[in-house]
Each structure stands twice: as structure tokens, then as C-alpha cells.
Design a protein around this ligand. Structure first.
Ligand SMILES: Nc1ncnc2c1ncn2[C@@H]1O[C@H](COP(=O)(O)OP(=O)(O)OP(=O)(O)O)[C@@H](O)[C@H]1O
Length: 477
């Protein structure tokens, strides 16, 4: 067992022991009658076979019954492995959008309400009403795990099922949630708080800062870009660009017009094949495992691609359908985003009547419908009025605090400085600087230098006098 492996159990023997003994007595009683009956009617030499077979059957039944009562789940850096009796399910960590604690099954507890399930279940149960798989040896000490994509498995009685939430009962839900959080999964500690929708809709609207950079040191690498190159004929739009972005980190991506920002973002999003180099999202190669990666990525292009003859609300539903989100969850997320981005007043208007700012907000909402773990934003605040720009900045900061990695291409230096943990400056397709504001200042002209001065010095230097530091001279993580 690796050191990073954590095991979580459900071990409530007291309540199940009675059922176990009663079940065993009933089983043995039926067995005894059947074996005795068969022994009377079968000829002599077969009697031993019948008795032996009957006993073996009893033993098997007993093991089955006790097996059902065993439940243990293990968590490591890559997956959550669920075991409930003979049932097994591996949930890749990358598919977990968030988790929350629930101490009761009282009606009104929203997404994790289990009041209509008739008591503990001896095998996993799928409930279509809330699109959840329940693994409940008990109805207390519950944890709800929200998934960013639909998972499938086969369960006894119900056969193949698809779900986007798993509800577990555990001996120590607190330590399970703490372990998940330690692996970068957003965790909502409050009991019965109604899930992501309420979290998004009711979030504070002040511009709270993102998490400190130091606090992200142990976070998993959400995005790894390695020596990315894009050539068009003899010209290279991107020349060997490498960077790593951690979960919860915001990296501002700056560069002059034509520097290669959009080309880089399109390659990361899997929309443009690189000439060479690799991109990995939460450990998955963008080209080898494109389907999985698309469910983890949200991309807002510089020119939003929208269906002009749909309303904003309809467009969000359409996008949810493309990601295979369950209807109820999709509608809840659409409403939460429409509210969070103050779009309610025009949510039912045709997109073709929208201003550029309204279109950008619609594109952002669409990119967030499937709870991406990595968000690529290309000029997302362009064309937004100050209030809308503030809303978008606050939302990005909130998503980062919840563990989303954000790569933000922008020309707005104030947005970069106010929001990002680190800033990457690209010029002529090459990274010429990357680091926190302090690191960029240290490598440049002094502690009082503005980002604008740093940007102008670096980008001018590449085309002219050559006084700016090269990438390898600038501190980067
Ligand atoms: N399809 C293409 N064919 C040839 N050259 C291209 C193509 N697409 C982009 N380029 C070139 O690649 C370079 C980088 O373009 P890109 O759009 O990535 O820049 P950018 O940094 O996003 O610019 P801006 O800030 O103006 O949006 C530019 O020189 C552009 O002309």
C-alpha cells in the first residue's frame, strides 16, 4: 500500500449484526429442510454429494451475506476506489467536481436528501430523481460526491446505470473530506447546504483575493504544457512554450498582438494540433485522451461561438446536453450561472440581439456548465462594462479558490495584476518571462516597477535592443 493511499470504512456492526445472525439462521434452516428432503429421495451413493453440495451452498450464502456488510473505500492521488460487499467502482479523481458533508437525511437537504430511500441498502442503489448512486449501509454520516461527468457502472437488480453523484455513508466523513480536499478536490464543509448551485449563486460578490501562491505549492498540476510549437509554413506562431499550472492557480498570459496567445490556448483546448510538444490536463494527454480532457476543460475563445437563434438559457441547456449532463443538474447550474453573471434580465432573449459583452458572458457561462477543472479564458473581459468586468473577475477568483486552474489571456494589465498568482509574458511565440509580480520586478528594473513597464521592456527588447531578460533568467515555477 503506497503512503499516499488512505482507506475509509463503514463499520457499523451493531445495527447489522442482528440482521446477519437472523439471515444466517434462516438460511441454515431452509438449507437443512432442503438437504434432508433431497437426502430422503436420492439413492444411497448420491446422498453425500447432496449433503456436501448443500453445505457448500450454505457457506457461499453466508460469505455473500457477510460480504455485503463490508464496505471500505480507498483514496489515492489518482482515484477513489469504492467497495461495498462485492460491488467495486473506481472513480478517477479528475472526475470529482466537489464533495460535501451531510449529517442528516432531513427533507430539505437538497441534493443529498435520502428520505425517500427506505432505510439502509445492502447493495448500491441508483435513484434517477437525483441522478445519484447511493452506497448506504446507513442513512447518517453521509458524504455527497459530485462528478464533473457521467459515470457508468453495473449494479445488482438495476443493471447498467449512469450517474453524476455518489452518496456514501462513512465512519469518519470529516477525515474523508479532508483527504479529498488535500488532493485538490473542492470541498464544501457545511452540512446540507444544497450543493454547487447555492455556492455559486450565493457567493460573496466582493473582490476577494485568490488563494496565496504559497498555499498552492502542494496542489496537483492541473495543466502541463511541454515545448509546444506551432508552425505555419516557415513561420512559427508558438516556439517551444512550456508551463505548469496548479489546481487553484490563475496564470495571466500576456503578449502583444500576434504574440501567440490564442494559438497556444487553441492547442491546449485541443482545437489546433501542435507541430510538436505535449499538453496534459490533470495527467491526461489532450490528443490521446481528448474526450476525457474536454470534460475537464472549459474554453472561452476570443470570438465567442454561440448559436445566434437560441436564447442564452436555451444555449446553456444545449451545451449541457452536449456534455451529457443530467437535465435537473443542468437546469440548476444554468440558473445559478445566469444569476451569478446577472444575466437573468436577458436570459430569454435571442443571442443574435446581444451586445458583445452579453455574448462574452453567455460564452463564459457555457464554458462553466460542466464544472471544468481547467479554464482557458481568451480576452474574457474585453467589451465588458466595469460592473460586468468586476463580476467576471470575482467569479474567476471564486472558481480558483474552489480549485479550478485558470489560464487567462488578456491585454488588461490591471486584471492580470489583480487576479493572477503568476504572470507569463509571451513575445514572438516564446515565453520571455514568467513569475509572480514580485519575481518579475526582481528580475527587471526594481521594486517599484509597474507591470506595464515590465511588459514594455520585455516585449520591446525582443524586437529591438535586446535588454530584457530571457526566459531562463527570470524566476519561474
Ligand atoms: N491560420 C494561420 N495561418 C498562418 N498564420 C497564423 C494563423 N493563425 C495565426 N497565425 C499567426 O500566428 C501568430 C500568433 O497569432 P495569435 O492569434 O495566436 O496571436 P495573439 O497573441 O492571440 O494575438 P492577439 O492579442 O492580437 O489576439 C500571428 O502572427 C498570426 O498571424
Amino acid at each position: 500500500m503506497g503512503s499516499s493511499l488512505r482507506r475509509f470504512s463503514y463499520d457499523k456492526k451493531a445495527s447489522s449484526l442482528r440482521g446477519l445472525i437472523l439471515g444466517l439462521v434462516a438460511l441454515l434452516g431452509v438449507d437443512a429442510i432442503v438437504i434432508a428432503g433431497l437426502a430422503l429421495i436420492v439413492p444411497g451413493p448420491w446422498k453425500m454429494v447432496v449433503v456436501g453440495g448443500g453445505l457448500a451452498l450454505s457457506g457461499w450464502g453466508y460469505l455473500l451475506l457477510t460480504g455485503v456488510l463490508r464496505t471500505h473505500h480507498t483514496l489515492d492521488e489518482g482515484s477513489l476506489r469504492l467497495a461495498y460487499g462485492r460491488f467495486r467502482l473506481v472513480v478517477p479523481l479528475g472526475t470529482i467536481a466537489g464533495a460535501r458533508h451531510q449529517t442528516s437525511d432531513a427533507p430539505g437537504d437538497g441534493a443529498t436528501r435520502v428520505g425517500r430511500l427506505s432505510g439502509p441498502t445492502l447493495e448500491p442503489v441508483y435513484r434517477p430523481e437525483d441522478d445519484a448512486l447511493y452506497i448506504l449501509p446507513d442513512r447518517h454520516r453521509l458524504v455527497a460526491v459530485d462528478l464533473s461527468q457521467t459515470l457508468r457502472c453495473r449494479i445488482p437488480k438495476q443493471g447498467p446505470v449512469e450517474f453524476t453523484r455518489i452518496v456514501l455513508s462513512l465512519d469518519e466523513p470529516e477525515s474523508f473530506l479532508a483527504a479529498l480536499e488535500g488532493l485538490g478536490v473542492p470541498v464544501e464543509a457545511a452540512a446540507g447546504s444544497g450543493g454547487r448551485r447555492r455556492r455559486l449563486a450565493g457567493a460573496p460578490r466582493s473582490q476577494a483575493p485568490v488563494q496565496a501562491l504559497d498555499a498552492l505549492a502542494g496542489a496537483p498540476a492541473a495543466l502541463e504544457v511541454h515545448r509546444l510549437v506551432k508552425r505555419y509554413g516557415d513561420d512559427a506562431a508558438v516556439r517551444g512554450l512550456s508551463l505548469v499550472l496548479r489546481s487553484g492557480e490563475v496564470l495571466a498570459f500576456l503578449g502583444s498582438n500576434g504574440a501567440g496567445k490564442t494559438t497556444t490556448l487553441r492547442m491546449i483546448a485541443g482545437l489546433l494540433r501542435p507541430t510538436s510538444g505535449r499538453v496534459r490536463v490533470l495527467g491526461r494527454d489532450v490528443w490521446d485522451r481528448g474526450r476525457e480532457v474536454r470534460r475537464l476543460l472549459g474554453y472561452v475563445p476570443d470570438v465567442p461561438f454561440l448559436h445566434e437563434w437560441l436564447t442564452a438559457r436555451e444555449f446553456l441547456w444545449l451545451v449541457a446536453g452536449l456534455y451529457g449532463l443530467p437535465r435537473t443538474a443542468a437546469r440548476q447550474q444554468a440558473e445559478a450561472l445566469l444569476e451569478r453573471l446577472s444575466m437573468e434580465s436577458y436570459a430569454d432573449q435571442l443571442i443574435r440581439t446581444f451586445s458583445l459583452g452579453m455574448k462574452r458572458k453567455t460564452a463564459l457561462a457555457a464554458a462553466l456548465m460542466h464544472h471544468p477543472k481547467v479554464l482557458l479564458l481568451d480576452e474574457v473581459t474585453n467589451g465588458l462594462d466595469p460592473r460586468a468586468a468586476r463580476e467576471v473577475r470575482d467569479l474567476v477568483a471564486q472558481l480558483a479558490r474552489e480549485g479550478t486552474a485558470v489560464l487567462l489571456a488578456t491585454h488588461h494589465l490591471d486584471v492580470a495584476e489583480g487576479l493572477a498568482h503568476r504572470i507569463a509574458i509571451i513575445d514572438g511565440g516564446s515565453l520571455c518571462a514568467m513569475g509572480s509580480m514580485d519575481e518579475l520586478r526582481q528580475s527587471g528594473q526594481g521594486p517599484d516597477t509597474s507591470l506595464e513597464e515590465i511588459f514594455l521592456a520585455l516585449t520591446t527588447a525582443r524586437g529591438g535592443a535586446g535588454t530584457g531578460p530571457r526566459a531562463e533568467e527570470v524566476p519561474s515555477r
